[in-house]
Design a protein around this ligand. Structure first.
Ligand code: NAD
Length: 467
């Protein structure tokens, strides 16, 4: 390591420990609903104030179109902030619970208190949303917060860091830019809760580190999200919705449809419609699509090569290109691509694609589609296009997923009244709205004895008189 970098990193590591100690020392200064709302409002206002700067930072990082930054990063945080601001007072209120006969003379309630000092580690694909979204919930629950954003989108991370430093004291919220070394240093500290968004493999590292301190975790992970299109589905709707959900952010979305399972009778028409919709949304020629302003880039060369490898492997094993297939390495650009003739030997049927390749597989019996889904780890999202409720019920009841949309894709993310998260390999714990508030809260059981003849005294020894 050279002389310039070493002192900078040393400073970060000493800052991490110092700020953690300060935050911990202040963790019992409990904030009121009004104070929490004010902090959330400050964050909300800063996002509005820096909107254009965020557009520029995201464009500099991976040419993300400004509208996608609004739709998938800024708007989700401002709406989470508004929803939480409107409800936090009610969520914070202790909840009275019933008293069983054996405990007559007592009353009980659940008290929501902050977990204490919490850590948020976020990924690069929708970096503002996945850093500031959990921050809203952590602040609503009254915590002190330390944040580590992704090193893969350095311009956006720098701007988020500037915003946090401008609006919060470091003893309330502190942010540390950096990569694995910074994350590793943070993970050694005894946080009260760790909220991690990223890949399942790194999720395991985070959970192992959390185990050392018995910190609770929320793990928002990824995986392969299947989409079933059955024999009754409206193909026009299905194709439009799948194309938008798959290719926005160039496929780098945790809840994007990863692969399609289409009924064999619908395959040919669906393939035609997918190609048509891609042209309608992104441009009618290969050149229009690459030079247009609706497609961002793959975040970096490493991820470009990862996706290219998945494509080359599939082609070498017999996959056919329905449309797309153009790769420009110098520009980290991959054209929206649809592939068919897919087999289970292809790597893209085992690894999360996280890019603009869409494998289309066929089935003839719903049970077979269910079998394919259940042969893989539990997905973060599963989508079903069908007009037959018998079929959707069969699929929902025989599979497991973090979330499901019927006749649409990804939009369940935007309902703050629904829990958002995965199950097992796709995640542990839930985010958004009250679920995010609960993730960052300790639910303390509080019982008050009001009677001089408490049950505990009635049950105390000597026992022999009562037998
Ligand atoms: P990643 O797991 O590589 O990195 C996420 C974060 O972990 C980054 O801040 C990174 O610096 C940090 N990190 C990397 N290596 C680490 C290590 N060894 N120890 C500690 N921290 C480490 O994920 P990514 O590439 O940034 O994001 C893509 C993944 O995230 C995909 O799997 C995607 O599905 C998932 N994701 C999930 C959600 C969700 O809400 N469930 C949302 C977005 C992305």
């Amino acid at each position: 390591m050279n002389e310039v970098i070493t002192p900078v990193l040393n400073n970060i590591f000493t800052d991490i420990q110092r700020i953690f100690d300060e935050q911990r020392a202040n963790q019992f200064i409990i904030s009121t609903a009004k104070e929490r709302k004010a902090k959330i409002k400050k964050l909300h206002n800063a996002i509005i104030k820096y909107r254009e700067a965020f557009h520029e930072a995201m464009y500099a990082d991976f040419k993300k179109p400004a509208i996608e930054t609004d739709l998938f990063d800024l708007f989700p945080v401002t709406s989470e902030a508004k929803h939480t601001g409107n409800h936090v007072e009610q969520w914070m209120r202790p909840k009275k619970v019933k008293t069983p006969t054996a405990l007559l003379g007592t009353n009980s309630q659940v008290k929501y208190e902050p977990k204490g000092v919490v850590l948020i580690i976020s990924p690069w694909n929708v970096p503002i949303n996945l850093t500031f979204g959990p921050l809203v919930s952590a602040l609503a629950a009254g915590n002190r917060v330390m944040i580590k954003p992704s090193e893969m989108t350095p311009n956006t991370s720098r701007l988020m860091s500037q915003v946090i430093k401008e609006i919060f004291e470091e003893e309330e919220v502190a942010i540390f830019e950096g990569g694995i070394d910074v994350a590793t240093a943070l993970l050694k500290l005894p946080f009260n809760h760790i909220f991690f968004t990223g890949s399942p493999n790194i999720g395991k590292i985070v959970m192992r580190a959390a185990a050392e301190n018995l910190a609770s975790v929320t793990l928002e992970l990824g995986g392969k999200c299947p989409t079933i299109i059955d024999e009754t589905a409206n193909l026009n709707e299905a194709a439009s919705r799948v194309v938008w959900a798959k290719y926005s952010n160039s496929g780098q979305t945790c809840i994007a449809p990863d692969y399609l399972l289409v009924h064999e009778k619908q395959k040919n028409r669906l393939l035609n419609l997918l190609e048509l919709k891609i042209k309608e949304l992104y441009g009618s020629t290969e050149n229009d699509r690459q030079t247009g302003d609706s497609l961002g880039r793959i975040v970096n060369h490493k991820h470009f090569l990862r996706i290219k490898y998945l494509f080359d492997d599939a082609i070498s094993k017999g996959a056919k290109i329905v449309c797309g297939g153009h790769f420009d390495e110098a520009d980290n650009y991959i054209e929206p691509t649809v592939l068919t003739n897919i087999t289970d030997e292809m790597e893209l049927m085992h690894e999360e694609i996280f890019g603009p390749l869409l494998p289309v597989c066929t089935y003839s019996k719903t049970e077979r589609a269910i079998q394919v889904i259940n042969s893989k780890p539990e997905p973060l999202a599963l989508y079903i296009f069908s007009k037959q409720s018998k079929n959707t019920t069969l699929i929902v009841e025989n599979t497991r997923a973090g979330g499901t949309c019927i006749n649409d894709c990804t939009i369940h993310y935007s309902n703050p009244n629904l829990p958002f998260g995965g199950t097992n390999n796709s995640g542990i714990g839930k985010a958004h709205g009250i679920y995010g508030f609960e993730a960052f809260s300790n639910q303390r059981a509080l019982l008050k004895q009001n009677s001089p003849y408490g049950t505990s005294q009635l049950l105390a020894p000597p026992y022999n008189d009562r037998i």
